[in-house]
Design a protein around this ligand. Structure first.
Ligand SMILES: [Fe+2]
Ligand SMILES: [Fe+2]
Length: 181
């Protein structure tokens, strides 16, 4: 197998690094379409915020025989979605953008929906739907980014792994609660 050459022109990299210092972490080597990445990240941010709000609502509204453990799970998820929102907002700023935290248009920027649900089972189902929406959205983002922005891609990959855990948690709870409801 032929060896792959490593082609980095150190002189050129040094020269380029001195230009556009105002762009901070964004160097000439940044390959992604920044405007699109920022839009996509702001949609992910809205998705996470809607998930925080829905899980919080469900946390406070969960009642019934199995409610305690389910409510605790809703709260844990709400806090983790908030952490995702914070990570995404931070990355948006790093990329020279501004996190859109405006309540106006939040639900249309978000891919997941805010559905209240009446019963514990309905709440669990809505959360599972939302997690599955997040999973597919994040998989698409990872695919879109490819090797053009590895830092953003890695962040989204980590968040995706957590959404898959969330979906699995909810599925387990749904099986337990659903069978006894
Ligand atoms: Fe999340
Ligand atoms: Fe989640």
């Amino acid at each position: 197998m032929a060896k792959k050459p490593f082609l980095s022109d150190v002189q050129a990299i040094r020269k380029r690094a001195r230009e556009h210092l105002d762009q901070g972490a964004i160097t000439a080597g940044y390959k992604a379409d920044r405007e699109t990445v920022l839009r996509v990240l702001n949609e992910a941010l809205a998705t996470e915020i809607v998930c925080v709000l829905r899980y919080k609502r469900h946390y406070y509204m969960a009642s019934g025989i199995h409610a305690q453990s389910v409510a605790a799970e809703f709260l844990a998820h709400a806090n983790e979605e908030q952490a995702h929102a914070d990570q995404i907002a931070q990355r948006i700023v790093q990329l020279g953008g501004a996190p859109n935290l405006s309540p106006e248009g939040l639900t249309s920027r978000s891919h997941s929906e805010y559905v209240e649900g009446e019963t514990l089972v309905e709440m669990l189902e809505e959360n599972l739907v939302a997690e599955r929406i997040a999973i597919d959205t994040y998989r698409d983002i990872i695919h879109y980014l490819g090797n053009d922005d590895p830092t953003t891609r890695r962040m989204i990959e980590e968040i995706l792994a957590m959404e898959e855990e969330h979906a699995d948690d909810i599925k387990t709870l749904l099986e337990r609660v659903g069978s006894k409801a």
